[in-house]
Design a protein around this ligand. Structure first.
Ligand SMILES: [Zn+2]
Length: 217
Protein backbone atom coordinates (compact mmCIF):
# COMPACT_ATOMS: atom_id res chain seq x y z
CA UNK A 1 0.00 0.00 0.00
CA UNK A 2 2.77 2.41 0.90
CA UNK A 3 4.58 3.83 -2.06
CA UNK A 4 8.32 4.22 -1.68
CA UNK A 5 8.78 7.88 -2.74
CA UNK A 6 6.03 8.89 -0.32
CA UNK A 7 7.20 6.76 2.61
CA UNK A 8 10.73 8.09 2.27
CA UNK A 9 9.74 11.75 2.46
CA UNK A 10 7.20 10.86 5.14
CA UNK A 11 10.10 9.73 7.35
CA UNK A 12 11.90 13.03 6.81
CA UNK A 13 8.62 14.87 7.39
CA UNK A 14 8.17 13.20 10.79
CA UNK A 15 11.61 14.48 11.86
CA UNK A 16 10.83 17.99 10.60
CA UNK A 17 7.34 18.04 12.09
CA UNK A 18 8.70 17.10 15.52
CA UNK A 19 10.58 20.42 15.72
CA UNK A 20 8.76 22.78 13.30
CA UNK A 21 5.96 23.87 15.70
CA UNK A 22 8.42 25.78 17.87
CA UNK A 23 9.40 28.03 14.99
CA UNK A 24 6.71 30.33 16.45
CA UNK A 25 9.24 31.23 19.16
CA UNK A 26 10.64 33.58 16.52
CA UNK A 27 7.51 35.69 16.98
CA UNK A 28 8.05 35.65 20.77
CA UNK A 29 11.63 36.89 20.32
CA UNK A 30 10.48 39.73 18.08
CA UNK A 31 7.85 40.78 20.65
CA UNK A 32 10.40 40.78 23.51
CA UNK A 33 13.02 42.56 21.39
CA UNK A 34 10.41 45.21 20.58
CA UNK A 35 9.89 45.80 24.30
CA UNK A 36 6.92 43.52 24.96
CA UNK A 37 6.52 41.59 28.21
CA UNK A 38 6.60 37.81 28.70
CA UNK A 39 2.84 37.47 28.70
CA UNK A 40 2.56 39.26 25.35
CA UNK A 41 5.53 37.31 23.97
CA UNK A 42 4.12 33.90 24.88
CA UNK A 43 0.55 34.62 23.72
CA UNK A 44 1.11 33.53 20.07
CA UNK A 45 3.35 30.59 21.11
CA UNK A 46 1.72 27.15 20.83
CA UNK A 47 -1.28 28.37 18.80
CA UNK A 48 -1.29 28.11 14.97
CA UNK A 49 1.75 25.82 14.78
CA UNK A 50 0.45 23.56 17.58
CA UNK A 51 -3.18 23.41 16.45
CA UNK A 52 -5.03 20.20 15.63
CA UNK A 53 -6.55 21.94 12.60
CA UNK A 54 -3.13 22.81 11.16
CA UNK A 55 -2.11 19.16 11.48
CA UNK A 56 -5.39 17.95 10.00
CA UNK A 57 -5.05 20.30 7.00
CA UNK A 58 -1.43 19.23 6.37
CA UNK A 59 -2.34 15.55 6.70
CA UNK A 60 -5.29 15.83 4.29
CA UNK A 61 -3.41 17.89 1.68
CA UNK A 62 -0.48 15.48 2.02
CA UNK A 63 -2.66 12.40 1.57
CA UNK A 64 -4.40 13.86 -1.50
CA UNK A 65 -1.09 14.80 -3.18
CA UNK A 66 0.39 11.43 -2.28
CA UNK A 67 -2.45 9.10 -3.17
CA UNK A 68 -3.46 10.90 -6.38
CA UNK A 69 0.24 10.83 -7.34
CA UNK A 70 0.20 14.60 -8.04
CA UNK A 71 3.38 14.63 -6.01
CA UNK A 72 4.11 11.55 -3.96
CA UNK A 73 7.21 13.02 -2.37
CA UNK A 74 5.62 16.35 -1.35
CA UNK A 75 2.45 14.53 -0.22
CA UNK A 76 4.37 12.01 1.89
CA UNK A 77 6.46 14.83 3.36
CA UNK A 78 3.41 16.90 4.38
CA UNK A 79 1.71 13.83 5.87
CA UNK A 80 4.90 13.07 7.83
CA UNK A 81 5.11 16.65 9.10
CA UNK A 82 1.55 16.31 10.45
CA UNK A 83 2.55 13.12 12.32
CA UNK A 84 5.70 14.75 13.73
CA UNK A 85 3.72 17.82 14.83
CA UNK A 86 1.23 15.61 16.62
CA UNK A 87 4.05 13.88 18.54
CA UNK A 88 5.53 17.29 19.39
CA UNK A 89 2.21 18.54 20.74
CA UNK A 90 1.65 15.37 22.81
CA UNK A 91 5.00 16.02 24.49
CA UNK A 92 4.19 19.73 25.00
CA UNK A 93 0.84 18.94 26.64
CA UNK A 94 2.03 18.08 30.16
CA UNK A 95 4.29 21.04 30.31
CA UNK A 96 4.22 24.69 31.38
CA UNK A 97 1.66 26.84 29.60
CA UNK A 98 -0.25 24.03 27.81
CA UNK A 99 -1.20 24.04 24.14
CA UNK A 100 -3.93 25.92 22.24
CA UNK A 101 -4.81 22.66 20.54
CA UNK A 102 -8.13 23.88 19.12
CA UNK A 103 -6.89 27.27 17.89
CA UNK A 104 -8.45 29.28 16.17
CA UNK A 105 -11.78 27.95 17.51
CA UNK A 106 -10.60 28.77 21.00
CA UNK A 107 -7.34 30.06 22.44
CA UNK A 108 -7.93 28.00 25.57
CA UNK A 109 -4.81 26.08 26.55
CA UNK A 110 -5.04 22.39 27.29
CA UNK A 111 -2.52 20.46 29.29
CA UNK A 112 -1.46 18.90 32.53
CA UNK A 113 0.43 22.04 33.54
CA UNK A 114 3.36 20.98 35.58
CA UNK A 115 6.54 22.94 35.72
CA UNK A 116 9.58 22.85 37.94
CA UNK A 117 10.06 25.89 40.19
CA UNK A 118 12.81 28.51 39.98
CA UNK A 119 16.08 27.72 38.30
CA UNK A 120 14.98 24.10 37.75
CA UNK A 121 12.46 25.32 35.20
CA UNK A 122 15.31 26.82 33.16
CA UNK A 123 17.53 23.74 33.55
CA UNK A 124 14.60 21.59 32.47
CA UNK A 125 14.15 23.44 29.15
CA UNK A 126 17.90 23.54 28.58
CA UNK A 127 17.78 19.73 28.20
CA UNK A 128 16.54 20.47 24.64
CA UNK A 129 20.17 21.01 23.62
CA UNK A 130 21.23 17.69 25.15
CA UNK A 131 18.43 15.93 23.23
CA UNK A 132 19.66 17.61 20.03
CA UNK A 133 23.17 16.25 20.73
CA UNK A 134 21.79 12.73 21.26
CA UNK A 135 19.77 12.96 18.04
CA UNK A 136 22.72 14.12 15.91
CA UNK A 137 25.03 11.51 17.42
CA UNK A 138 22.49 8.69 17.03
CA UNK A 139 22.09 9.58 13.35
CA UNK A 140 25.87 9.55 13.01
CA UNK A 141 26.03 6.06 14.59
CA UNK A 142 23.39 4.84 12.14
CA UNK A 143 25.47 6.21 9.25
CA UNK A 144 28.41 4.16 10.52
CA UNK A 145 26.18 1.10 10.86
CA UNK A 146 24.88 1.39 7.29
CA UNK A 147 28.33 2.41 6.00
CA UNK A 148 27.08 5.76 4.78
CA UNK A 149 28.56 9.20 4.84
CA UNK A 150 27.67 11.22 7.92
CA UNK A 151 27.45 14.88 7.01
CA UNK A 152 28.23 17.43 9.76
CA UNK A 153 26.54 15.29 12.41
CA UNK A 154 29.52 15.06 14.78
CA UNK A 155 30.28 18.82 14.71
CA UNK A 156 26.55 19.45 15.27
CA UNK A 157 26.52 17.06 18.25
CA UNK A 158 29.56 18.81 19.74
CA UNK A 159 27.97 22.24 19.16
CA UNK A 160 24.80 21.00 20.90
CA UNK A 161 26.80 19.86 23.95
CA UNK A 162 28.56 23.25 24.07
CA UNK A 163 25.22 25.04 23.82
CA UNK A 164 23.87 22.80 26.60
CA UNK A 165 26.81 23.59 28.93
CA UNK A 166 26.64 27.32 28.14
CA UNK A 167 22.90 27.35 28.87
CA UNK A 168 23.31 25.38 32.13
CA UNK A 169 25.92 27.91 33.27
CA UNK A 170 23.63 30.76 32.25
CA UNK A 171 20.65 29.13 34.02
CA UNK A 172 22.58 29.16 37.29
CA UNK A 173 22.92 32.96 37.18
CA UNK A 174 19.89 34.91 38.35
CA UNK A 175 18.11 36.02 35.20
CA UNK A 176 14.77 37.60 34.42
CA UNK A 177 12.31 35.39 32.57
CA UNK A 178 12.15 37.64 29.50
CA UNK A 179 15.93 37.91 29.24
CA UNK A 180 16.18 34.14 29.61
CA UNK A 181 13.67 33.56 26.79
CA UNK A 182 15.68 35.85 24.50
CA UNK A 183 18.92 33.96 25.15
CA UNK A 184 17.28 30.53 25.04
CA UNK A 185 15.48 31.23 21.78
CA UNK A 186 18.52 33.05 20.34
CA UNK A 187 20.61 29.91 20.86
CA UNK A 188 17.76 27.51 20.21
CA UNK A 189 16.56 28.81 16.84
CA UNK A 190 19.87 28.07 15.05
CA UNK A 191 19.58 24.52 16.43
CA UNK A 192 16.02 24.35 15.20
CA UNK A 193 17.38 25.18 11.71
CA UNK A 194 20.08 22.51 12.13
CA UNK A 195 17.38 19.95 12.99
CA UNK A 196 15.69 20.88 9.69
CA UNK A 197 18.83 21.01 7.51
CA UNK A 198 20.95 18.10 8.81
CA UNK A 199 18.27 15.40 8.47
CA UNK A 200 17.83 16.62 4.86
CA UNK A 201 21.59 16.40 4.19
CA UNK A 202 21.62 12.96 5.81
CA UNK A 203 18.28 11.79 4.48
CA UNK A 204 19.71 8.58 3.02
CA UNK A 205 20.45 7.41 6.56
CA UNK A 206 16.86 8.11 7.63
CA UNK A 207 15.54 6.28 4.54
CA UNK A 208 17.67 3.24 5.42
CA UNK A 209 16.29 2.63 8.91
CA UNK A 210 14.37 -0.65 8.75
CA UNK A 211 10.93 -0.69 10.33
CA UNK A 212 8.41 -3.46 11.00
CA UNK A 213 8.43 -6.34 8.54
CA UNK A 214 11.22 -4.76 6.48
CA UNK A 215 13.53 -5.74 9.33
CA UNK A 216 13.12 -9.44 8.59
CA UNK A 217 13.01 -9.15 4.81
ZN1 LIG B 1 6.17 23.28 21.13
Amino acid sequence: MLDEAGTRTMRLGIVWGSILPDIDLLISIIIIAAGGNMQQALAPHRTLTHSFFTMLALALIGLVLWKTAISKSVGGGLFGIAIGMFAHVLLDLPYEVGVSFLWPLTSQRFGLFWSLPGVWAYLDQTLDFLFAAIFFYALHRLAKKYQMRSRLLVPAAVASIVAFLVMVTYDLTAVSASQWLLVYAGIGLPFLLLILILPWLNRRIIYSIPIGSEQHA
